[in-house]
Design a protein around this ligand. Structure first.
Ligand code: ZN
Length: 218
């Protein structure tokens, strides 16, 4: 796997500090299974986070804060971060292990729902803010032009697409925020399946996008 697009530092720091929504955390963990470079950077992010904690000046705690903190430490680790420890792709499905265990079946066996011309969706229906879904886009089809209210992470699971940011193949991630306005077009040789996690709904910009938004439900 020849991975050329990776996460921003800010995303890896947020992942390391546990502040990402569940779907985005699952996506980051999935890419880490495939990407040695980002695994190294994630370890650095863990160290940076630890040093920041040590440098923070002691402050008076509100009554109950320590108890709340200790109670949180006692909580079981979230399901997602446990799965991230598995650093190999699942050989049965070709999917990264964290995603494979949530889906429970191969990509082609999922109950895909058609949401537009050449576009199918599988909603992971994870709890928490944002949306977590797989999009399956036919060869040569373009996704409506859209910008973002928040952050959007995309991990390519099959095929490839191109947009203003470059060409994205299996294993690559697109890490975009409110500044980015893009229109991905799937390459013509095969369909593209993407894993997409957001912390807020997408906002479509062009007329076609505005028409498509309620229809596609992104
Ligand atoms: Zn990477």
């Amino acid at each position: 796997m020849n991975i050329r697009h990776h996460f921003d530092d800010a995303t890896l720091l947020a992942y390391s500090s546990g502040s990402l929504p569940r779907g985005m955390s699952l996506l980051v963990g999935s890419h880490l299974c495939w990407c040695e470079e980002c695994r190294g950077r994630a370890r650095q992010a863990d160290c940076v986070g630890g040093e920041l904690l040590e440098e923070i000046e002691p402050a008076e705690l509100e009554v109950g804060t320590l108890e709340t903190l200790m109670a949180r430490l006692d909580d079981a680790e979230p399901e997602v971060s446990k799965q991230v420890a598995v650093a190999d792709a699942n050989p049965d499905s070709g999917l990264p292990a964290p995603l494979a265990s949530i889906l429970g079946k191969p990509l082609d066996a999922l109950e895909w729902r058609r949401i537009g011309y050449g576009v199918q969706q599988y909603d992971l229906k994870l709890e928490g803010p944002g949306a977590t879904r797989l999009l399956r886009i036919a060869p040569g089809v373009s996704v409506p032009h859209h910008s973002h209210k928040g952050n959007e992470l995309t991990l390519i699971l099959r095929g490839s697409y191109s947009d203003e940011l470059g060409r994205f193949c299996v294993g690559d991630v697109a890490d975009v925020d409110t500044e980015v306005n893009h229109q991905p077009i799937v390459d013509t040789d095969q369909e593209c399946i993407c894993f997409i996690a957001t912390d807020a709904p997408l906002r479509f910009t062009g007329l076609m996008g505005r028409l498509a938004q309620p229809f596609i439900g992104l």
